[in-house]
Design a protein around this ligand. Structure first.
Ligand SMILES: Cc1cc2nc3c(=O)[nH]c(=O)nc-3n(C[C@H](O)[C@H](O)[C@H](O)COP(=O)(O)O)c2cc1C
Length: 196
């Protein structure tokens, strides 16, 4: 698969096999994240890779608990509201039980923190598709970045005091074998050309 095809056929996968991909394959995906561009060549995106099922289950339980303590208001972003409401119902697993979760963090107060991490995450999602792996951006830990219990948990696995959680992605073999590759119809993302 060439780069353009890998980009145009990338889709979010939310159902995974239990099987953990080989470490070399996961490392290959992470390498593409590390090779993403960064503002001023800062290279300050920190990748924290979780493949331990027990730790992931503990994290999922903690995320659910913390969301269930929150209240969604009228102005709450729709996806965050959905996470809060699903957590209160009790059957919420933010990482869809994927075997791999890669959390990205970056320096607090660095203006390109989100942009740099987004470049890394997109590289990794495209690479995953090219390697026949499913992936999906997972943002719950970013939303909970200022939650003390989440920060304490993440700090025990490598998050630094001076870092903010910028995002994350899940990775693994899609339940159906190869990932879904039919692109969603584009109805937004308008393009204006200014040319002679
Ligand atoms: C910044 C960002 C945050 C996202 N957060 C989540 C998330 O927390 N959970 C989830 O299931 N999907 C998440 N997604 C995936 C989007 O829902 C998905 O990309 C979108 O619906 C388009 O579908 P596609 O990726 O299959 O083309 C996120 C995507 C982006 C770019």
């Amino acid at each position: 698969m060439d780069a353009i095809e890998a980009i145009l056929t990338r889709r979010s996968t939310r159902k995974y096999k239990e099987e953990l991909p080989d470490r070399e394959i996961i490392e290959r995906v992470i390498e593409t994240g590390r090779y993403a561009p960064s503002g001023g060549n800062s290279q300050s995106t920190h990748f924290i890779v979780f493949t331990d099922k027990t730790v992931l289950s503990e994290m999922a339980q903690l995320v659910k608990n913390e969301f269930s303590k929150m209240e969604a208001g009228e102005d709450t972003y729709i996806s965050l509201k959905n996470s809060i409401n699903a957590s209160k119902k009790g059957d919420y697993v933010f990482h869809y039980n994927a075997p791999v979760l890669i959390v990205t963090a970056n320096k607090k107060g660095y203006g390109n923190a989100l942009a740099d991490s987004a470049c890394a995450l997109e590289n990794m999602m495209i690479a995953a598709n090219a390697l026949d792996l499913g992936s999906c951006w997972i943002n719950q830990l970013h939303w909970l970045d200022e939650n003390n219990n989440i920060r304490a948990f993440m700090k025990s696995y490598g998050l630094k005091d001076d870092e903010t959680i910028t995002g994350g992605l899940i990775l693994g073999y899609a339940d159906g074998g190869t990932p879904e590759r039919v692109p969603l119809k584009r109805t937004g993302n308008p393009v204006d050309w200014v040319s002679k």
